[in-house]
Design a protein around this ligand. Structure first.
Ligand SMILES: CC(C)=CCC/C(C)=C/CC/C(C)=C/C=C/C(C)=C/C=C/C=C(C)/C=C/C=C(C)/C=C/C=C(C)/C=C/CC(C)(C)O
Ligand SMILES: C[S@@+](CC[C@H](N)C(=O)[O-])C[C@H]1O[C@@H](n2cnc3c(N)ncnc32)[C@H](O)[C@@H]1O
Length: 376
């Protein structure tokens, strides 16, 4: 049996992890378990799960090609043969066929009588606001992860942060095109986050809500539709609020949302709101910045005031792929903050003197999770 480089296990005997892991890694055991009726379907499933881990990067890159070439759009209404699709996509026919078949294998396309057409999963993907742009911008993260060992050692200079210029204080030498690209991506992807936040958080009893780091006001525009009597305040960096002003005016919401330009790094937060939301804000910042921001939020709220935090979170002692792989690595590439578990965010809230700290019921942790708290 091959010797696994495992640390000495403190547990001994039949269930000691070292013993179990050595057994499972042994080829004779694997061959036996693959044949034994009570274990063979489990072995097949595990093999398939391991293969998905091994091949995940190839799947993601095929997905990016399908999106960049707009294959799902091309085949949404019109089934095409590989040859016709190749001509429309300006791809060599054999290569087009490989891509189309990959799309079928991924459940995004269907193949019927020699013609490819977009499947229900592909159509659903097209309907998710901002998801195509989100997939496209993964070119940056993909480059940043190209030497994963160096990445985890902290020996690389990821370029992802420069894609999101606001993190280092919007403005700077960011081109208007880049600025528009990130604002659009952030605003588009906010739709789902806003929906999921509002399905988890009860706004009843709130008179005035201030969204801090609220970007161009997408979350507040969802709140405005949901709660027509709520007063709304938006706090963000001055250049971001310029974009918010235009966007809110287009939606006829200029009168409902009061704009408060400022930086929570250098300024205190304005008073007047009895609830403050932080949507996808904390994970961009390190613990000391978050502690500082939460104490500013505490100071800005009246007694009984409410804090609402919504962002993708890690799974804590139950790690999951969305939080502990995708968002954890994403935030690490950003370098300024980190993905946190609900318990970690709750502890930071507690340290800032918030009470009644309650997690919401997140049904799509890959979109967002929520935690609410109160000021005494
Ligand atoms: C009608 C017939 C014939 C059949 C019906 C069959 C049927 C019922 C099909 C159902 C189809 C359907 C409606 C599916 C809906 C699917 C949905 C809504 C899927 C949503 C998926 C959302 C995803 C995958 C979201 C991903 C979000 C990502 C990756 C967000 C990333 C955000 C980042 C990186 C933010 C960065 C910000 C920063 C920089 C860290 O601050
Ligand atoms: C990840 S975006 C989230 C935007 C919006 N809440 C959403 O979920 O789409 C973070 C937001 O925090 C804002 N922000 C970053 N640093 C800030 C600061 N020092 N003061 C105020 N806002 C800041 C950014 O401008 C940006 O709008």
């Amino acid at each position: 049996m091959a010797d696994l480089p495992l640390p000495e296990s403190p547990r001994r005997g039949w269930f000691a992890p070292g013993w179990r892991n050595r057994l499972i890694a042994s080829r004779p055991f694997q061959r036996w378990a693959a044949r034994f009726p009570l274990t063979r379907s489990h072995v097949r499933n595990e093999g398939s799960a391991i293969f998905d881990l091994v091949a995940g990067f190839a799947t993601s890159q095929a997905l990016r090609a399908l999106i960049e070439l707009r294959v799902l759009h091309l085949l949404r209404d019109e089934p095409l043969t590989a040859g016709d699709a190749a001509a429309r996509l300006s791809l060599p026919p054999r290569r087009a066929e490989v891509l189309l078949r990959a799309g079928v294998a991924m459940g995004l396309l269907r193949l019927r009588r020699g013609r490819f057409v977009t499947a229900a999963r592909g159509a659903a993907l097209l309907g998710v606001p901002g998801l195509e742009d989100m997939i496209r911008h993964h070119d940056v993260l993909y480059r940043d992860l190209s030497d994963p060992t160096a990445f985890f050692r902290g020996d690389t200079e990821p370029e992802l942060a420069s894609f999101w210029p606001y993190v280092f204080g919007a403005g700077g030498d960011v081109s208007p095109e880049d600025s528009a690209r990130y604002s659009r991506l952030m605003a588009d992807s906010q739709g789902l986050v806003a929906e999921d936040t509002l399905s988890q958080v009860d706004l009843s009893g709130i008179r005035c809500l201030m969204d801090v780091g609220g970007g161009t006001g997408v979350f507040l525009s969802h709140v405005a539709r949901r709660a027509p009597d709520l007063e709304l305040m938006l706090f963000d960096l001055p250049p971001v609020l310029e974009a918010a002003r235009e966007s809110l005016s287009r939606q006829g919401l200029s009168q409902r949302v009061a704009l408060h330009p400022g930086s929570f790094k250098t300024d205190s937060l304005p008073g007047g709101a009895d609830a403050i939301s932080l949507v996808r804000v904390l994970y961009d910042h390190d613990d000391s910045q978050v502690a500082d921001l939460l104490s500013k939020v505490h100071a800005a709220l009246p007694s009984g005031g409410r804090l609402i935090v919504s962002e993708p979170m890690t799974g804590g002692d139950r790690p999951h792929v969305a939080g502990d792989v995708y968002f954890a690595l994403y935030c690490m590439a950003m370098r300024t903050g980190r993905a946190r578990s609900g318990a970690e965010i709750g502890a930071l809230m507690g340290a800032a003197d918030f009470v009644k700290i309650r997690p919401g019921r997140a049904h799509r942790p890959f979109v967002t999770s929520t935690i609410t708290a109160h000021r005494l």
